[in-house]
Design a protein around this ligand. Structure first.
Ligand SMILES: C[S@@+](CC[C@H](N)C(=O)[O-])C[C@H]1O[C@@H](n2cnc3c(N)ncnc32)[C@H](O)[C@@H]1O
Length: 247
């Protein structure tokens, strides 16, 4: 398995169209608006880390909030640039392990499991340190994750999706490393062609992610089971973390 899969432009070029399409952009729009409601927030400046082509940066900017969108993928950022129009979005190509802008943002969002990719645990702590340093006093971080509790109860060893355009995706996910990582084995069937990729990311239980954030100095920390602020439980498809900068 390639440990740096998340930096591989071929991965996003081949599998990106499954993730970024008009349907998922519409979902991103709803999620962004729900999050603003959940936090009752009027942020001055938002940082979207691992923004991709802007599923959340675009609707947040359309609400009038200046957004800085940071991502490593030149291709995905090009798509954001094309969609941006006159919206107040600053586009930065950078790695979240390196990107820091001292006390510049009052809201940082890391959406759709974009936190947790690194093989080295220290890199996750480093990203949290960067985020805390980039938050203004009293600012907040939102992490949109999949929780270990949901995976333990609901993960199917094989899952098949058939798309309207005829493509078929076969996923073979597996919890590994004492249930701390999700290894994925994907086969995308396109006519006679099969593209295969294997990639892995960290998964946390609710208690583990709370402890990780507390160790990084974040407080207060709230956990939700959805963008609307539902309670988190075994059947929550998302684990939404809202964490204060902690003073
Ligand atoms: C699953 S996509 C999610 C994109 C976006 N947050 C959304 O919800 O649509 C993960 C994104 O993280 C970006 N990414 C991966 N590793 C990164 C890193 N080390 N620093 C910054 N961005 C990264 C990828 O290029 C990709 O755009």
């Amino acid at each position: 398995m390639n440990n740096d899969w998340y930096l591989d432009e071929d991965f996003w070029a081949t599998f990106g169209s499954l993730m970024f399409n008009e349907e998922t952009f519409a979902q991103g729009n709803d999620q962004a608006l729900a999050l603003l409601d959940l936090m009752d927030s009027q942020p001055d400046h938002i940082l979207d880390l691992g923004s991709g082509p802007g599923r959340h940066a675009l609707p947040l900017a359309a609400q009038g909030y200046p957004v800085t969108a940071v991502d490593t993928s030149a291709e995905l950022l090009r798509e954001l640039e094309q969609r941006r129009g006159q919206l107040p979005i600053e586009i930065v190509q950078a790695d979240m392990r390196e990107f820091v802008r001292e006390q510049a943002f009052d809201l940082v969002v890391v959406m759709w499991t974009s936190f947790g990719y690194f093989a080295d645990e220290a890199d996750h702590a480093r990203v949290l340190d960067n985020i805390r340093a980039s938050l203004k006093p009293g600012g907040r971080l939102v992490l949109d994750l999949v929780g270990l509790e949901y995976l333990c109860r609901n993960l199917q060893p094989v899952h098949l999706t058939e798309y309207d355009d005829g493509r078929i995706l076969v996923e073979r996910p597996e919890l590994t490393d004492e249930l701390t990582r999700l290894d994925n084995d994907w086969y995308l069937i396109e006519g006679d062609q099969v593209h295969r990729t294997r990639f892995s990311h960290r998964v946390w239980s609710a208690g583990e992610i709370r402890a990780l954030l507390a160790n990084a100095g974040f407080t207060p920390i709230s956990l939700y089971g959805g963008y609307d602020g539902d309670d988190y439980d075994f059947d929550s498809e998302r684990l939404i973390v809202v964490a204060g900068e902690g003073g």
